[in-house]
Ligand binder design. Structure first.
Ligand code: HEC
Ligand code: HEC
Length: 506
């Protein structure tokens, strides 16, 4: 056989094999090599060789294969989510099939998987993990069933923020994601299938699509800075002593001259991939405005002790706090909300925003205090879930009575209208049966203030707050320009090549 015939036959074999492999979706070839060549490249090369070398019958065969391949190639270009885009009806007789369609929306058009994981072993991020959300959804808001909660989560994500997370989730029914009602229904079925029961009951959308407009709010240009200078600002300010960024080596503990305590902080290598620049700007100027879940600092008074550490998680029943012992060992403490020490509330405004979960107050027309979970709050009223019932109480209501219960060492319990003093003072003054009485705190075992009591959890950011004072306006815009390059892959490549360049220059 001549070399020419060998090449002809080899090329024919490569063409047929690569065609079949491409259609079957086999991984690239040669498999063990670093530089994989996609089957489509092998195919195109062999088609060209065959058309040049072979006689007409094989040319014709080659041409037909090429046409079929071309159609398959074009079909492959259309994103996978297109299968879900055209949802025209959902077949509720098979809820599992609806959930499968929902999974396509979740991973495709809905872009949910860009933020959310469905895997408990995934690292804690800025967005809640949705493992078993089908079960958890029923416990998120007192008195709200799972489906209603999921509907609210998708249509009005900012309404009930998951504790510890910021307003990051977009309105997925608006542009640019713009899910249709059917797509959202399918996603809800998918979410419910995560550990829960799929509830096929139809619902009305809590929004008005006609009002929404279709143009996503445009962000005014923020980025006039120079990313390379921004990287210098980042290093000079020692951001990298807490934050990992691929391509920037973290300083050894104690090596920077900064006066803050180094803490575990979120990795920033991909921070610009899912965040707008406004959020990044705010993260630096007002670190406490939105605290990344799992990184906030808390001081909790409970069971007569003080726990100071990182808030790991929080729900309507308990909180988990991670503390460090003197020798650097980490310990996790699970504390029931009922075990938190009561704190008097001086001002009945913005209770939820200020971190209160529960409220104990004595309305003017009642004798006994009411205690319940705060469900909803307006300027004038607060709705409590007391046992299985909800009750709306007026805040103004002829001044909610300020009462204090004192217990003396003799075991006497006296309840009176509160005038002044606490156990830290020398005396407490109450009005009991219309006349003022002064109690020496040395005679008292306990005094509980009962105008309103709540359980408060104040979460702060461990990130230093003085950066705004340290940075000039141009530092800040350089820094933001640098952060905007941190989108994962490209950022790594860029910083690496930059580093290589710097090394070469030295
Ligand atoms: C840009 C990031 C982002 C995208 C995209 C996103 N989410 Fe979210 N989502 C969040 C954040 C942050 C929260 C927590 C704050 C809140 O409650 O809004 C959240 C909360 C939720 C919750 C409530 C979770 C809980 O534990 O109570 C659900 C359910 C949810 N998202 C579903 C979805 C679905 C479905 C999609 C896609 C259609 C989606 N999200 C897209 C960021 C995102
Ligand atoms: C003392 C440690 C520390 C230093 C120094 C520090 N940070 Fe942070 N940073 C944190 C912690 C902890 C969080 C997470 C809690 C929060 O959201 O505030 C955070 C959050 C952030 C976030 C939001 C991350 C996310 O995933 O949403 C950004 C952006 C950020 N920091 C940027 C910076 C920049 C830029 C600097 C330097 C100018 C800096 N940080 C310096 C500890 C630090």
């Amino acid at each position: 056989m001549s070399t020419n015939t060998l090449i002809k036959i080899a090329s024919l074999i490569i063409m047929v094999v690569s065609f079949i492999a491409y259609i079957a979706g086999a991984s690239a070839f040669p498999i063990a090599s670093e530089n994989l060549l996609p089957w489509s490249v092998w195919f195109i090369v062999s088609v060209v060789v065959n058309i040049i070398l072979w006689h007409s019958v094989i040319k014709l065969l080659t041409f037909s294969l090429a046409v079929i391949w071309f159609y398959a190639f074009v079909a492959g270009l259309v994103p996978e989510s297109s299968t879900a885009v055209n949802l025209t009806e959902l077949d509720w007789s098979d809820p599992d099939a609806v959930a499968e369609q929902g999974a396509l929306v979740f991973n495709g058009k809905g872009q949910c998987s860009a933020c959310h994981t469905v895997d408990t072993s995934a690292p804690k991020g800025r967005c809640p993990d949705l493992t078993d959300i089908g079960v958890h959804a029923a416990n998120r808001q007192p008195g709200m069933d799972a489906k209603t909660y999921l509907i609210e989560s998708l249509y009005e994500p900012a309404k009930y923020l998951v504790p510890g997370y910021g307003k990051i989730m977009p309105d997925v029914w608006k542009a640019p994601i713009a899910l249709s009602k059917l797509e959202i229904e399918a996603v809800i079925a998918y979410l419910q299938s995560q550990g829960g029961e799929i509830d096929p009951t139809p619902y009305d959308e809590p929004i008005d699509r006609a009002d929404a407009g279709t143009v996503a709010a445009a962000l005014p240009p923020l980025l006039t800075g120079d990313a390379a200078l921004g990287k210098k600002v980042f290093v000079a300010a020692a951001c990298h002593s807490c934050h990992v960024v691929k391509g920037i080596e973290s300083p050894v503990v104690g090596e920077t001259t900064q006066d803050f305590e180094v803490v575990t902080a979120p990795e920033l290598s991909e921070i610009a991939a899912f965040n707008d620049m406004r959020y990044l700007e705010e993260s630096i100027l007002k670190p406490g405005a939105q605290i990344v879940s799992g990184y906030g600092a808390v001081t909790v008074q409970a069971k007569g002790a003080t726990f100071q550490g990182t808030l790991v998680s929080q729900d309507t029943e308990k909180i988990v706090v991670r503390t460090k012992t003197a020798d650097g060992q980490e310990e996790e403490h699970t504390i029931l909300l009922s075990e938190l020490d009561d704190e008097p509330i001086e001002d009945l405004a913005n209770l939820k925003a200020n971190g209160y979960f529960t409220l104990t107050l004595t309305p003017a027309d009642a004798d006994a205090p009411r205690t319940g979970e705060i469900v909803e709050e307006t300027d004038d009223t607060v709705t409590l879930k007391i046992g299985e019932e909800t009750q709306t109480l007026s805040k103004a209501d002829a001044d909610v009575k300020s009462q204090m219960t004192v217990i003396t060492f003799d075991g006497d319990t006296i309840v009176g209208e509160y005038v002044s003093g606490t156990m830290d003072d020398d005396e407490i003054i109450l009005i009991v049966d219309g006349s003022e009485e002064v109690f020496d705190t040395f005679d008292l075992e306990e005094a509980t203030y009962a105008r309103a009591l709540g359980k408060k959890l104040l979460v702060t950011s461990p990130m230093p707050e003085n950066f705004p004072h340290l940075f000039s306006v141009s530092d800040m815009s350089h820094l933001l320009a640098f952060l905007s390059t941190l989108t994962g892959e490209t950022a790594t490549a860029e910083t690496e090549s930059e580093e290589a360049g710097e090394a070469a220059a030295e």
